[in-house]
Design a protein around this ligand. Structure first.
Ligand code: SAM
Ligand code: SF4
Ligand code: SF4
Length: 357
């Protein structure tokens, strides 16, 4: 699906060129936020059709995914990533679509390792048994696996694919065997579909060494038919789990951490809740997203991206690219979740599978 992309203005280029160094805190957007976290979508394709992300009625057999020539190569991704690290990025997450569908992904991991950032990957886990060891060997630091239910019928109701839960569990076990000691397990909660599985999931992952994180269902993209009524607020998730297994709040690991942490009082580990709808965290948002075809999005709910691929393929120097990204960041004023109303989900926004979750 064609996405709206903005060319980067020449005047932004000359303004940015005056600030060649970006030490800690030196680069800030219009709300004073630094750039720390880059999410890179390595493919817009996926073998699942999660109802909240790629509904099958839209992402059907006729859907036009990006052609190979439009997609950034690993070399192009690594070159851009280097520019972002020069601007203060400390963490890179590979995502998609389903990132493990991209052939040779461990090679990209190995190319990013020398940047010295915290390198992580989010996957639906469907092919993790096959790839976990190669990812670890390539130098991936951490893994997040999405798993919305342990119950087969509920899992299928969420991902609209005929895929056994056991295979994802095997993938998580393979990841642990490969040396990913603490996997994060993402569970998007949609009212009436999988919320009856909240406590079951908590029971399963308690004491496992992995961390279960509940994500409020969001109005990303324009195709998932989001309604506020379908959102289970994190506070309710915490209440329901707390009634079964008493919980206590835990301090954030660092400023800008999106998950609010809670620990089991009996010492069985912790959970996280990500409350993007009911408790917006735009104030500290230091994330940006690079789409599969090389456009930069400064917000998950953006309506347009900034075209970096043309710069890459048009002969721009590394300094040029870095300075233009800096100019985009300086102009950033996004705070969608803080200003969301019942009407805003109607706006035409970019799909999450395209810019990366
Ligand atoms: N395919 C991989 C996966 O599912 O883990 C990576 C990409 S996916 C877009 C990244 C994350 O976004 C997943 O954890 C997914 O559950 C979450 N996500 C997708 N659509 C969402 C929505 N509408 N609301 C909340 N989370 C969503
Ligand atoms: Fe695919 Fe991940 Fe989106 Fe589900 S959430 S459809 S697994 S990209
Ligand atoms: Fe960041 Fe946009 Fe999400 Fe706010 S709505 S936290 S600015 S990505």
């Amino acid at each position: 699906m064609p996405q709206k992309v903005i060319s980067i203005r020449p005047e932004a280029r000359s303004a940015a060129a005056k600030a060649p160094r970006y030490d800690d805190g030196a680069l800030a957007d219009t709300l004073g936020r630094g750039m720390r976290d880059l999410r890179i979508s390595v493919t817009d394709r996926c073998n699942f059709r999660c109802v909240y992300c790629m509904p099958r009625e839209v992402f059907d057999a006729d859907y036009k995914f990006l052609p190979h020539a439009a997609i950034l190569s690993f070399e192009e991704i690594a070159r851009l990533a280097r520019a972002f690290v020069g601007l203060g990025v400390k963490k890179i997450r590979l995502t998609g679509g389903e990132p493990l569908l991209r052939k040779g992904l461990p090679d990209l991991v190995a190319m990013l390792v020398p940047l010295g950032v915290d390198l992580t990957l989010t996957t639906n886990g469907s092919t993790l048994v096959k790839h976990a060891q190669a990812l670890k060997d390539a130098g991936l630091d951490r893994l997040t696996v999405s798993l919305d239910s342990l119950d087969e019928a509920t899992f299928r109701a969420m991902n609209d694919a005929d895929f056994p839960v056991a295979k994802v569990l095997d993938g998580i076990a393979a990841a642990a065997d490969a040396g990913f000691s603490q996997v994060k397990i993402n569970m998007v909660v949609k009212r009436g579909v999988n919320d009856h599985q909240i406590v079951e999931a908590a029971r399963h992952w308690r004491d496992s060494g992995h961390i279960l994180r509940f994500i409020e269902y969001m109005d990303v993209g324009s195709t998932n038919g989001w309604r506020m009524d379908d959102v289970i607020p994190s506070a309710e998730v915490v209440r329901r789990i707390g009634e079964a297994f008493p919980l206590a709040p835990v301090e954030a690991n660092y400023g800008g951490e999106v998950a609010e942490r809670w620990r089991y009082k009996d010492g069985a580990g912790e959970i996280g809740v990500i409350s993007s709808v009911t408790q917006a965290f735009c104030r500290d948002c230091n994330r940006m997203r690079l789409s599969t075809e090389g456009s930069l999005y400064t917000c998950l709910f953006a309506q347009a991206g900034h075209d970096l691929k043309s710069l890459l393929r048009g002969g721009a120097s590394d300094d040029d690219i870095r300075d233009q990204v800096a100019a985009v960041w300086r102009a950033r004023s996004d705070r969608y979740s803080e200003i969301r109303t019942a009407a805003t989900p109607g706006a035409k926004k970019v799909e999450m599978s395209y810019i990366g979750g």
